[in-house]
Design a binder for this molecule. Structure first.
Ligand SMILES: O=C(CO)[C@@H](O)[C@H](O)COP(=O)(O)O
Ligand SMILES: [Fe+2]
Length: 232
């Protein structure tokens, strides 16, 4: 039996910024479109903000998964939900009131998530699980696409998955950075179920075929769980 929630969220950071509507059309078979919002303060790179997200939400064939790499998400995050993002992720390293920010995102009707940079431990934030729908474990240092996958983050993914199991309910575990045909299997084995991939999707000649292939690699790596009393 495959995992019910294996999802692919291509990052448009690797897309052609001059043709974003067309680029979103190329990922219509994906589960989400991952939108990296960078403010040149929290990370040393600048991408796009609220007005662009609002415009993308109007034309996107798939829901927007906004990853906010910005200072002061307390102030800005709910606005991204209001602008039409269906999932909004803020960084714990930048937020002051994580629970309040997650509640404000949910109040706008979006899923709320928190993200952890590679050097940030999960344990101090476990108590936030009741407030969120997803935890993002960064598998590169945030700021740029096309970096190498940090395999040492798999221990954190395992830790988050175990905490989510203990907590119960349905909280997704997302990985972002260096996720590719070569690395997606390790993410699945560690317990991730939402996969952000920028260069691995938009760098492919056939984008829909690459999304399909990432999905099948993820399914292949899913441990088989059968109901008790049944045989293979
Ligand atoms: O948040 C980020 C980078 O900070 C990501 O979403 C990247 O855009 C992923 O790109 P690849 O590593 O898959 O090329
Ligand atoms: Fe991202």
């Amino acid at each position: 039996m495959s995992h019910p929630h294996l999802q692919i969220s291509p990052s448009i950071l690797s897309a052609d910024f001059a043709n974003l509507e067309r680029e979103l059309g190329r990922i219509s078979d994906a589960d989400w479109a991952h939108v990296d919002v960078m403010d040149n303060h929290f990370v040393p790179n600048l991408t796009l903000g609220l007005p662009v997200v609002e415009a993308l939400a109007r034309v996107s064939p798939v829901p927007l998964d906004c990853h906010l790499m910005i200072e002061d998400p307390d102030r800005w995050a709910p606005g991204y939900a209001e602008a039409g993002a269906r999932s909004v992720t803020f960084h714990v390293e930048a937020v002051r009131d994580a629970a309040g920010t997650a509640r404000a995102i949910r109040a706008e009707g979006a899923r709320a998530a928190f993200a952890l940079k590679p050097g940030t431990p999960f344990a101090p934030y476990e108590e936030l699980l009741p407030e969120v729908d997803m935890v993002l474990v960064m598998t590169v240092e945030p700021g740029f696409g096309g970096q190498s996958f940090l395999v040492d983050q798999m221990d954190k993914v395992r830790e988050v998955r175990q905490a989510v199991r203990r907590h119960g309910g349905e909280i997704w575990v997302q990985v972002d950075g260096g996720v590719s045909l070569e690395t997606i299997g390790r993410c699945v084995e560690a317990g991730a179920d939402v996969f952000v991939a920028g260069s691995a999707v938009y760098g492919a000649e056939d984008v829909p075929a690459r999304i399909d292939l990432l999905r099948s690699r993820a399914r292949e790596a899913t441990p088989v769980t059968r109901p008790p009393g049944t045989r293979s």
